[in-house]
Design a protein around this ligand. Structure first.
Ligand code: MEV
Length: 329
């Protein structure tokens, strides 16, 4: 019998401006990058859904009709699988493999990209017609399990791709043609978005007079960032990114490893840079106006600190079904 394999993917992201402030209704700007998460679905041979992720628990297969024995990273995906089973059951169960080009828990949106790619592939599996809006809404439900009170920016950019200006759930597409090289370095310092968002929330509750002006300033930087991006003013973009980073440090989500990486970026000619995502570890992004300097930064980070960095590009490709292919068995 021929069995269908459905492969859908969604991009990771970089937040150029506005993380954390976006949780409180201020704007943020995110871009999709050329690294993706893939969700490959076929019919399960068992009478329950199965999930494998090459990055979690060495690719061990888990049955997904129960929650007690699955890794906590799978809880949000369990939510999605259950939502589909409830509304679209057809007596077939999905067997899902997740593959990823993105490091996990590093600020590059791997959890949102996974939820978005999984949603699209399950919609195809159950032959349900899903708009982009609906895919993003489903993935947002999963993000809430993973991150507590997320703003929704991560699932939105993973769904639509390109660049977006995001404010209170509303999006404006940005046509970004930044004539610059983006370099991302992964500090490998583990952190949790949920805990960092919670940390800022507590700081804000206890010290609104300190935190509210910082969030407001971040919002202003984001708005200035739109203008700088629209006019391809990379010096201004870099300057604003660095300012945004300093404000994130004031919010308490910096880390000395991130500062060390940023120093190497500055020494090698970066125009500006910042942490991206929730901070507390994870990735740093910097912009360069030439490939030589960018390459020098990548080499220096690797040789001096053993840190892997890479060039990345803004990708207009949002969630997509890459292929549907058949296996003879
Ligand atoms: C996470 O990528 C960005 C945060 O602003 C959280 C959120 O927006 O949900 C820290």
């Amino acid at each position: 019998m021929k069995d269908q394999h459905i492969c859908c993917s969604a991009p990771g992201k970089i937040i150029l401006f506005g993380e954390h402030a976006v949780v409180y209704g201020y704007p943020a700007i995110a871009v999709a990058i050329d690294r993706r998460v893939y969700s490959i679905v076929k019919r399960s041979d068992y009478n329950y859904p199965v999930l494998i992720s090459e990055n979690i628990d060495a690719g061990r297969a888990y049955r997904m009709d129960v929650t007690d024995s699955i890794p906590h990273e799978f809880l949000s995906l369990h939510k999605l699988i259950t939502m589909f089973a409830k509304y679209f059951s057809n007596n077939d169960y999905p067997y899902i493999s997740i593959k990823s080009d993105l490091p996990i828990s590093s600020g590059l949106g791997s959890s949102a990209a996974t939820s978005v790619a999984l949603t699209k592939s399950l919609a195809e599996f159950y032959k349900a017609s899903f708009t982009l809006e609906k895919i993003s809404a489903y993935a947002f439900e999963a993000e809430k399990i993973q991150h507590g009170m997320p703003s929704g920016i991560d699932n939105t950019i993973a769904t639509y791709g390109g660049g977006i200006y995001f404010k209170q759930g509303e999006i404006e597409k940005l046509d970004i043609n930044l004539n610059a090289i983006l370099v991302v370095a992964d500090s490998k310092v583990p952190r949790s978005t949920k805990k960092l968002v919670e940390k800022v929330r507590k700081f804000k509750e206890k010290n609104p007079q300190i935190v509210n002006p910082i969030l407001e300033k971040i919002g202003e930087i984001t708005n200035e960032g739109v203008e700088a991006l629209k006019t391809n003013n990379i010096n201004k973009v870099g300057e604003l990114m660095t300012e945004n980073h300093n404000l994130l440090e004031e919010l308490g989500v910096g880390h000395h490893k991130l500062s060390e990486i940023l120093s190497v970026f500055t020494e090698t000619g970066a125009i500006g840079g910042k942490l991206t995502g929730a901070g507390g570890g994870g990735c740093v992004v910097a912009i360069f106006d030439n490939l030589n300097d960018a390459q020098q930064a990548i080499n220096k980070l690797e040789h001096q600190q053993g840190i892997k960095a890479f060039n990345t590009y803004i990708s207009t490709k949002g969630v997509t079904c890459e292929s549907v292919f058949c296996d003879d068995n």
